[in-house]
Ligand binder design. Structure first.
Ligand code: GDG
Length: 517
């Protein structure tokens, strides 16, 4: 009997109609007490989003397993064929920690920290991208759909097209695409753009990200764009130009799954238990972030500390729980951030702790989904204050978990989520006075006002959940460079004019939620 997901084999190799590629496989190797390893599905939105899209088809996932050295043999897990790509320890250092997290990440997040440019990191990035493209080509059936994810794999589309011109190639950027003035700093900017232009469709979180990409193509490659497509002549100069579409398809969360989890008796009981264990504060504030300098944790702590200092907030009545999952700890900027955050937490707790009441509960761990849902249900005020964030799923998860229409979301205007969640309490995290005032407005809002805001935000996320995101993306990829028929087109924001050379100024994101329809 054929195994689901491996029905077709060519020359002894299984092949698939849908191939997803991301830096990481969606599974982690977990060792038990006897040293026996088994694969467990990693938590996270991308995995559940892709599950829906992959369930109906024969699908493979190409990615790194998370450990340096030889790759494990391909294996089936949860109906998905996992095709591991190896990375050596030097490549983890130069490609992943170096080029991805210390060059591209800061450039794409407004240069909050200084990016490092090293030619040997670029060499490693090219080598790993070539390996990914080759691995994809091995498992893609004729005319397969290939969906490449994120900034780690920007060269894959063009390399893959050169070896497999028959396949349809899409790429989705989970992080911001920077303004051309910042992107232009990259010594390898032209090669990165040409890598992406191997795709048929490029998806972004915000309209502004797609526009930044198109503007970079005009300015740095001298290509012409019409509406949301760019004409890309083949590098060899023979044959007609291909048109590549670049458009916004904002990611979301599994609204119904999260809402059901948050309403389950176990999670509701745990939420009450959390509040009681924190001394039943009048106001429980919550932050949930990877420990990343883009997330604005320092700014949030500064605002909170000043509110305690000013006497606007009272330690006996309020507490902040900050979940801070450690990440990329071998990169200097992340170690420095952790030191700063932990110093600030220590100072605030030292200064304002009273018997029986701690201003900040700082939790440097990762928690199961149920515990996260209980925290969301328990929290009166959710603080989401990034300096720059592609989307920020935490904001959407909080909203999805508030079946009671309670709670208030304080949200930075520099997140992708801001473009959809206008009824949040909006702040500019750089403006500490403004953050303080916004927190106080959220605290002092009437229950009716909070309910009204929460109801509107929940409707938005329920109508634009992660399953809709995945199907919209695949529809756009299938129809590219045209727009998919069932979608409603956005007004042509560039006036339909043919653009060449330097870009003119263009407007910010529409209030529509930034979805290119
Ligand atoms: C990138 C972009 C974009 C956190 N702690 C725990 C835990 N989490 C989960 C959250 C949420 C996820 O991690 C974090 O997602 P974010 O969207 O906030 O941020 P990034 O990791 O930076 O993700 C971002 C995203 O890609 C998707 O496109 O939104 O802008 O930077 O789901 O809940 N999950 C569990 N335990 C924890 O302790 N289980």
């Amino acid at each position: 009997m054929p195994v689901r997901g491996v029905n077709r084999v060519i020359d002894g190799r299984p092949i698939f109609d849908l191939v997803v590629a991301a830096n990481r496989l969606p599974v982690d190797l977990v060792m038990d007490a006897h040293g026996e390893g088994s694969w467990q599905r990693s938590p996270g939105g991308l995995v559940s989003a892709m599950e829906g899209a992959m369930a109906a088809r024969e699908a493979a996932w190409v990615g790194w397993c998370g450990e340096p050295g030889a790759a494990p043999e391909p294996f089936l897990e949860g109906g998905i064929f996992m095709h591991p790509v190896p990375l050596s320890s030097i490549e983890v250092e130069e490609y992943y920690e170096g080029f991805c997290n210390d060059t591209l990440w800061p450039v794409c997040h407004d240069v909050i920290v200084q990016p490092s440019f090293h030619r040997r990191w670029w060499t490693a990035y090219q080598a790993v991208n070539r390996r990914f493209a080759k691995a994809i080509a091995e498992v893609a059936s004729e005319k397969a759909t290939v969906w490449v994810h994120d900034y780690q794999l920007q060269l894959v589309p063009a390399i893959l097209r050169a070896i497999r011109p028959d396949v349809r190639i899409g790429w989705f950027n989970h992080i911001p695409f920077p303004p051309v003035e910042l992107f232009a700093q990259l010594p390898w900017r032209a090669a990165l753009l040409e890598g992406l232009l191997g795709a048929d469709f490029l998806g972004f979180q915000r309209v502004a990200d797609a526009e930044n990409f198109l503007r970079s193509c005009r300015r740095l490659l001298d290509l012409s764009t019409t509406g949301d497509t760019v004409a890309f002549p083949p590098p060899a100069g023979d044959g007609p130009a291909r048109r590549v579409r670049a458009s916004a398809v904002p990611i979301s969360v599994d609204f119904r799954g999260l809402s059901a989890l948050a309403g389950s008796p176990g999670v509701l009981a745990r939420a009450a238990e959390i509040r009681a264990s924190l001394g039943s504060p009048e106001i429980l504030m919550l932050g949930v972030d990877r420990l990343d300098y883009t997330k604005g944790i320092r700014h949030r702590l500064k605002a909170y500390g000043e509110l305690l200092e000013d006497g606007e907030l009272d330690t006996g009545k309020v507490t902040l729980t900050q979940v801070a999952m450690p990440t990329r700890e071998r990169v200097d900027a992340y170690r420095a951030l952790r030191d700063d955050v932990e110093r600030a937490v220590g100072q605030i707790n030292g200064e304002y702790e009273v018997l029986g009441s701690t201003p900040i509960h700082y939790l440097r761990h990762s928690y199961p989904r149920e515990e996260m849902a209980a925290l969301y249900v328990a929290a009166d005020i959710m603080l989401v204050t990034p300096l720059r964030d592609g989307m920020n799923l935490v904001a959407k998860e909080y909203v999805s978990c508030r079946n009671d229409l309670g709670g208030a979301l304080v949200l930075s205007e520099f997140t992708g989520a801001w473009h959809e969640l206008h009824q949040a309490f909006i702040c500019n995290p750089h403006d500490i006075e403004g953050v303080k005032q916004t927190i106080m407005r959220a605290i002092n809002a009437s229950a009716e006002e909070r309910r009204r805001r929460m109801r509107a935000m929940r409707k938005r996320v329920a109508d634009h959940d992660v399953h809709r995101w995945a199907s919209r993306y695949l529809d756009a990829l299938a129809a590219a460079p045209s727009r998919p028929q069932r979608s409603i087109p956005l007004p042509d924001r560039e006036g339909g004019a043919e653009h060449t050379g330097p870009a003119g100024a263009s407007a910010g994101d529409p209030a529509s939620g930034g979805i290119s329809r």
